[in-house]
Design a protein around this ligand. Structure first.
Ligand code: C2O
Ligand code: CU
Ligand code: CU
Length: 434
């Protein structure tokens, strides 16, 4: 679905549906009957109107992940609740300088986010480029994982799975198990890859093909870089060019060790085995004629900006009180989410530096709504180029520093761990810019 004359108006209905996945008739959650939901294509300066009807039996709502839009009123307001059977009209105004790139939408009703996303509620949003990037074909690859029980319904997560973050048994590309993709040699494809998994990290490889990374999350790097693999934490997206070379390759997610929940509950392990996601068959003779990928406008760079405030966010997990002390706690600065408490107040127009410290034995991918983060320091080293992301992974027992420019929008929104089970457990804070 593509905007015309600067406006895209769509109706999305969430519901529980009979769908066919991996050759089985199963029941999943879907937007407009499909998993994933429809892809929405807009441009900077456009208006996106979404009329959401909640056909689920639980409350829900809609979040446009990564879009730089107002966090208030009928825009990207995660405090809105759309009760079962109700509708809500969202209106998102993209600023004229909105970065191009790969974004996505999913529900954000606190406490139900992991269940609803794991159930199948997500879709892609593409903010198209102002200038042409030479590619012969574009594919949107929404990668998600699901588990079905023997009756063909989505499995509920155990407390143990919630602790480490549930990972599905089936890893799907656009709702399909190991789809066959094909191309001709010499084609250069644009792949828009979204990690819509609830907790699974994707360390992606496509051996035998040439991968060029244009950007991660919002915007693009100043110059494209050739890569062997791309690691996407839950919520991250990649904007890739694939130069097709003769032969058959497999798109794989290699084992990624995101730590273990330790002895806390008998030690859940979180390093998933290698998974084949898709095959990519390229038949014919190779060619070598390609147009160069144009460099981008230099992205904004806050490394030399004057920092007006510094703060520290500490991510921790442990066993809380609860019955028998078996309740997990997932905290930021020793607090769990409280809808009535503003955790962080920033001054509109300021540039802040945040030190993100992870004291736990599991990785936590931090996501901040509305304002992207520039990574300043990682693995105890300064980052030598301007890298902007809206989900930044904080590896187990380590520290990352980011800078954020709080401009364009004021209002109230959230930051949280994008392992959605952790978010639902309260690893989320409220931020107000004013
Ligand atoms: Cu992708 Cu606050 O969410
Ligand atoms: Cu988001
Ligand atoms: Cu987490």
């Amino acid at each position: 679905l593509r905007s015309s004359n600067g406006v895209l108006t769509v109706a999305l209905e969430s519901s529980s549906q009979q769908v066919s996945i991996a050759g089985r008739d199963v029941r999943a959650l879907s937007y407009n009957g499909g998993v994933p939901g429809p892809t929405l294509r807009v441009r900077a300066g456009d208006i996106l109107n979404v009329s959401l009807r909640n056909g689920l039996t639980d409350p829900s709502n809609l979040h446009v992940h990564g879009l730089h839009v107002s966090p208030e009123n009928n825009s990207d307001n995660m405090f809105v609740t759309v009760d079962a059977g109700d509708s809500f009209d969202y209106r998102y105004e993209l600023p004229t300088n909105h970065p191009p790139g790969v974004y996505w939408y999913h529900p954000h009703h606190h406490g139900l986010v992991a269940d609803q996303v794991f159930g199948g509620l997500y879709g892609a949003i593409i903010v198209e480029d102002a200038e042409e990037i030479p590619a012969t074909r574009e594919r949107v690859l929404v990668i998600s994982d699901m588990t079905f029980d023997s009756s063909g319904t989505i499995s509920a997560a155990t407390e143990m799975e919630k602790m480490s973050g549930r990972e599905g048994e089936l890893v799907l590309v656009n709702g399909q198990l190991v789809p066959d993709l094909s191309a001709s040699p010499g084609e250069r494809e644009r792949w828009r890859v979204i990690n819509a998994c609830t907790s699974r990290y994707l360390r992606l490889r496509l051996d035998g093909q040439q991968l060029t990374l244009l950007g991660i999350d919002s915007g693009r790097f100043e110059s494209a870089r050739d890569v062997d693999e791309v690691v996407l934490a839950p919520g991250n997206r990649a904007d890739l060019l694939v130069t097709a070379r003769a032969g058959t390759s497999t798109l794989r997610a290699l084992r990624y060790d995101r730590g273990a929940s330790g002895g806390m509950m008998g030690g859940g392990t979180t390093s998933s085995a290698d998974v084949v996601l898709a095959t990519f068959a390229v038949a014919g003779a190779d060619t070598d004629e390609f147009t160069a990928v144009p460099d981008q406008l230099a992205p904004r760079d806050l490394r030399s900006a004057a920092v007006t405030a510094r703060r520290e966010l500490v991510f921790a997990m442990g066993m809380g009180g609860g019955m028998g002390g078996s309740m997990m706690s997932a905290t930021i600065n020793d607090r769990t989410f409280d809808a009535t408490h503003v955790d962080t107040t920033v001054q509109f127009g300021s540039v802040e530096e945040w030190t993100l410290t992870n004291t736990s034995t599991l990785d936590h991918p931090l996501h901040l709504h509305v304002w992207p983060m520039q990574i300043i320091e990682q693995d105890r080293q300064s980052v030598e180029s301007a890298i902007w992301q809206d989900v930044v992974n904080i590896p187990a027992r380590s520290m990352v520093r980011v800078r954020i420019a709080f401009d364009d929008f004021s209002g109230r929104t959230v930051y949280h761990c994008h392992i959605l089970d952790h978010e639902d457990a309260g690893m989320m804070g409220i931020i107000t810019a004013r």
